[in-house]
Design a protein around this ligand. Structure first.
Ligand SMILES: C[S@@+](CC[C@H](N)C(=O)[O-])C[C@H]1O[C@@H](n2cnc3c(N)ncnc32)[C@H](O)[C@@H]1O
Length: 197
């Protein structure tokens, strides 16, 4: 639980942004593993501009187009590479020069809001992407994974993400889990992985 008596809980998206904000600075290289409508992509772009880079992945052309149109007019789109591909392939698609230098990777799992709810993230590719993300990460880098057990397949994916987190070497990675409604098993969960420098 991330609330206290006097304040309403902040959203897990906002919490993920706050935690990333504490780690990422202008000039950094970061990854949005699930671009969707581009809200997280914009957030990341604003953190790393004017000289950093955001690599954004989504399998759906409609998501890439939606994000591109949402970011039209942004002054630093030259810092952004939107890639229509599975995040499972991020290692091959991120230039070698950046391997080990990525300061943040954001995952917002599930389906594209306003899009086709049958196209969702899947455990196998999510786990492959997490393995790559942990390798690409810089010392002191951060991975945030917002998981939604409430939709079909989401519970299994959330459990597998949790197990992946629990399997990380505690000497190398710190893992935290946040949820606003611990009594509700279908409420979203935020997993935060920090690589220790
Ligand atoms: C909850 S949405 C992301 C929301 C987004 N971060 C935003 O700010 O609008 C999840 C996205 O993951 C995408 N997705 C599903 N499987 C994927 C995969 N294997 N690789 C990359 N993106 C994937 C979906 O197409 C969908 O757009």
């Amino acid at each position: 639980m991330i609330s206290n008596d006097s304040k309403p809980p902040i959203s897990l998206v906002k919490l993920a942004h706050n935690l990333i904000n504490g780690k990422v600075k202008s000039g950094d290289i970061v990854i949005d593993a699930t671009v969707g409508n581009g809200h997280d992509t914009r957030f990341l772009l604003d953190l790393v501009k004017p000289k950093g880079n955001v690599f954004g992945f989504d399998i759906q052309q409609s998501a890439i187009e939606s994000a591109r149109s949402a970011l039209q007019g942004h002054s630093f789109t030259e810092c952004l590479a939107l890639i229509q591909a599975s995040h499972a392939n991020m290692s091959e698609l991120i230039p070698l020069a950046y391997h080990g230098k990525i300061s943040a990777v954001m995952f917002n799992l599930g389906y594209l809001p306003g899009g086709d709810k049958r196209i969702i993230t899947k455990s196998d590719s999510t786990l492959a992407a997490l393995a790559s993300a942990s390798q690409l990460l810089s010392a002191d880098g951060i991975i945030t994974i917002l998981a939604y057990p409430g939709h079909e397949g989401g519970e299994m994916e959330t459990d597998q993400v949790k197990n992946w987190c629990l399997g990380l070497d505690p000497g190398q990675y710190q893992v935290r889990q946040f949820e606003n409604h611990p009594d509700n098993p279908s409420a979203p969960k935020l997993f935060v992985v920090n690589k220790m420098g």
